[in-house]
Write a protein that binds this ligand. Sequence first.
Ligand SMILES: Cc1cc2nc3c(=O)[nH]c(=O)nc-3n(C[C@H](O)[C@H](O)[C@H](O)COP(=O)(O)OP(=O)(O)OC[C@H]3O[C@@H](n4cnc5c(N)ncnc54)[C@H](O)[C@@H]3O)c2cc1C
Length: 479
Amino acid sequence: MEEKYDIIVAGAGLAGNLAAAVAAKQGLNVVLLDRNPPEEAGKKTNWGWVCGDAVAESHLQFIREKLNTSFSYPELDVKVDGVVAISPNMKHKIRFDGEGYVLNRPAFEYKLLQMAIKNGAHHIPHFEVETPIIENNYVVGITGKDKDKQHKEIRAKIIIDALGIATGLRRKLPENPYVDKDIDINDIESTGRFIYEFDPDHVDLDYYDPKNALIHLNQELAPGGYGWVFPKKGNRINIGLGVQKKSLEIRNQKMGTKDNLHSLMDAYVKWNPIIKNVRLDNANNNGKGYWSVAVRRQLPSLVFNGYMGAGDSMAMPNPISAGGIGPALVAGILAGEHAATSFNNNDVSIKGLWKYNLDFNELYGKKTAGLEVFRVYLQSLNNDLINYGMQTFLTPKEAVDLSYGLVPELSVASKAKLLLQGAKNIAAFSNLVYVVKKMKELNEIYANYPKSPEEFQPWRHRVDQMMEEAKSKFQPNPI
Ligand SMILES: Cc1cc2nc3c(=O)[nH]c(=O)nc-3n(C[C@H](O)[C@H](O)[C@H](O)COP(=O)(O)OP(=O)(O)OC[C@H]3O[C@@H](n4cnc5c(N)ncnc54)[C@H](O)[C@@H]3O)c2cc1C
């Protein structure tokens, strides 16, 4: 049996629900496919929704305006004043002010799904998406299995891939220079995340802060990544960590250990002196999970003939923070808008869809290549250098600017007086100067994102060359 729609949205997560809600609102015949039942919309894996669930208020505001909606408890579980990144020796902190929320993810996703359905999208749950249907170098549909495990083919003018990081659609696209099929393992963080109820041992806001999202930078506890403690309602926390596989291997080798993600998670919970008598909060079977997140620039093009991608399927999370909720929300909305425009213009070629690339780049994507270089630099620093760097290299404002992809003025001359005369410190600082320069160059290149597919190849070649050069300069060096 073959079915036909104007638009197929594959994946009813953050990006998919919003893309479907927006395209359906514009009158298009939209089908939204997901393997989960409605009450489990957006569940990434059998292990649950697996996320820190922290999102900035500004990203929620974007949805409120675009879809004329509001959010409150229970989908917004706890309001936080900001994020605090803490150095390995716990002595230096960088505060990222800016209101945000820790979400009740199942409730939030359910609400987005209801929005899509209310706007007219046809939701098919229990549907496993398998492959794209390709004809004449266009994606013209998908194959998959319905709830009865029956093979299905569904066709549409545009297929929006919102299947998350493990998407099979992107990986089975025809060979093309626009949308990459693979993501380098070194650009992926393996993550673990638990939701616990606990008894606070005493008050120490560096380990648990009911009003702030805490990030612990520590190459022994979380090599190549970081650990987090985010508050939830009651005495509950969302606690987790991410590691880069290569950094973990080097750290294990140097320390003579055999740690893996699971043992690191357990160690991180034990390390925290405030979090005592933990009880797993397994509501919605979402208490304990492991998953992956890409920490690189988004894929160079988000579109191909008949195909658009949004969210983790396009590696959109922030390369420094791994925050992917914001970009998935932004991209979902833009993808829905642009899909409707291209459909109505009767041009679903890569050229017809190209403006989505430009708009995502403008609203979010233009800073991520620079941030990726900064991430690779951070992964090359051991705990001592991170401690020293957070104390000495940057003012708090410069550090915050950098993390947002803004490039501070930084000169060796002006900072040299702050440096101790250790060769390692000087090398780390001059590497930071190099990184800042590269960030500036990459931001400029992304400010001139190609206006059409014809201009794409030389632009991409330049980006790839610069990234390779920057990455070859830094090796993970956690210990
Ligand atoms: C441990 C961890 C912590 C994180 N913490 C944060 C954080 O605190 N803040 C933040 O901003 N970001 C965080 N992120 C990133 C964030 O979770 C993701 O960026 C976000 O979920 C991406 O949304 P998405 O809609 O693109 O994809 P997903 O959330 O992955 O949704 C994809 C949907 O597609 C469905 N699907 C997949 N394959 C198929 C298939 N073959 N057939 C049918 N359906 C399918 C899935 O079941 C799911 O419903 C974290 C990620 C991890 C792993």
